[in-house]
Write a protein that binds this ligand. Structure first.
Ligand code: NDP
Length: 327
């Protein structure tokens, strides 16, 4: 028997409770995992709230990400005791996820953790951190270097933003952090930001082109914010877009593309191919500053998940949440 959070659809809403389940309850998949840690991403908040279009069918165990050890495997690539992580793949939406002491998933979804990354660190990183690393890799692929100038990060107190700031600063970039929580300035500066910008400055409709401010950007916010980031990106610059915290729209013009030759790169981590994931985890193993990562972390147990999931939707969670599923 193991403990799991179970979401049920009831009376037009969604309820969550911790239940004792059996291995026989788990969905089909080649690999059964003893989960040690999970995390809370923005999408988990949506699942707990019952937001339309997230969870496909109930009951479901939420949790977009998990890390643990292989308990049983029908796949030759994985053996009992291997330390693994699964991020994305619609876990907690279409497939039972990581807010449980045990999980079963298709073998193709797994990545073996690098030796230097334990399960807690893996979930301090989670989908948000993996996405940040994919953004950094995308900027590098477009040839961005620290000598090109400042990189702007939006949604900076959140999970994607916090990890992106620390990774970029660690690589030697000058980082400008856009935030609605200016009281978090000391936190953002500790992560490596040297300029703090009130998000109100970028949140409304802007001009097609603005003064050139940034060589690159990591945008977790979308909508007017992304449009304004594009408008102020320097000639030849590059912006990685991965989120929609402000909105899914992009009220921009083609001016930054056709007059400044800038590049907008889309970043997706949920179904990212295996090789891309492994490359990102390998870079995280070498690049992430463990002490800084720890400053981003709040640790919770299964019983605190409904409350934390609601806070992340309100933009009140700072950095990253690690779930100790045995707590
Ligand atoms: P968080 O909730 O941790 O962070 C989002 C941050 O965005 C908030 O902390 C806040 O930062 C800022 N924000 C919130 N609301 C608004 C608003 N109305 N206008 C402007 N800024 C706002 O989420 P994550 O970091 O985990 O995820 C960020 C985004 O990336 C989400 O939209 C998520 O869905 C997406 N995502 C996409 C992935 C992909 O594969 N493409 C993978 C993972 C996440 P502050 O208070 O500092 O302003």
């Amino acid at each position: 028997m193991f403990r799991a959070v179970v979401l049920e659809s009831r009376d037009g809403g969604v309820t969550s409770e911790i239940r004792e389940l059996d291995d026989a309850d788990l969905p089909v998949g080649e690999v059964t995992i003893d989960v040690a840690h999970s995390t809370v991403n923005y999408k988990d908040g949506l699942a707990y709230s019952g937001a339309p279009g997230v969870v496909r069918s109930y009951p479901i165990v939420p949790g977009v990400d998990l890390a643990g050890t292989v308990a049983a495997s029908d796949d030759l690539r994985y053996r009992v005791g291997d330390r693994v992580t699964v991020t994305g793949w619609r876990m907690g939406e279409r497939h039972w996820g990581g807010h449980a002491e045990r999980a079963r998933v298709p073998a193709d979804w797994l990545v073996k953790l690098p030796d230097s990354i334990d399960t807690r660190t893996a979930m301090a990183i989670g989908t948000a951190g993996l996405t940040s690393m994919l953004c950094v890799l995308a900027l590098e692929r477009q040839g961005l270097t620290p000598d090109d100038g400042t990189v702007v990060v939006t949604g900076s107190s959140g999970g994607v933003g916090s990890v992106a700031i620390s990774l970029l600063a660690g690589l030697g970039y000058t980082v400008a952090a856009v935030t609605g929580r200016t009281e978090e300035e000391p936190y953002l500066r500790r992560l490596g930001a040297t300029e703090i910008i009130d998000r109100a400055e970028l949140a409304g409709p802007g001009r097609p082109l603005a003064s050139e401010r940034w060589a690159g950007g990591v945008d977790a916010v979308g909508s007017h914010t992304l449009a304004n980031v594009l408008a102020a990106t320097k000639y030849g610059g590059v912006v990685a877009a991965c989120g929609l915290a402000q909105g899914m729209d992009l009220p921009a013009s083609v001016a930054p593309f056709i007059l400044r030759g800038i590049t907008l790169v889309g970043v997706e981590s949920v179904e990212a191919p295996y090789d891309k994931r492994v490359a990102a985890w390998d870079r995280l193993a070498t690049d992430i500053d463990r002490d800084l990562l720890e400053t981003m972390v709040t640790e919770v147990g299964l019983s605190e998940l409904p409350e934390v999931s609601s806070r992340i939707l309100d933009g009140k969670v700072r950095g990253r949440v690690v779930v100790d599923v045995h707590a």
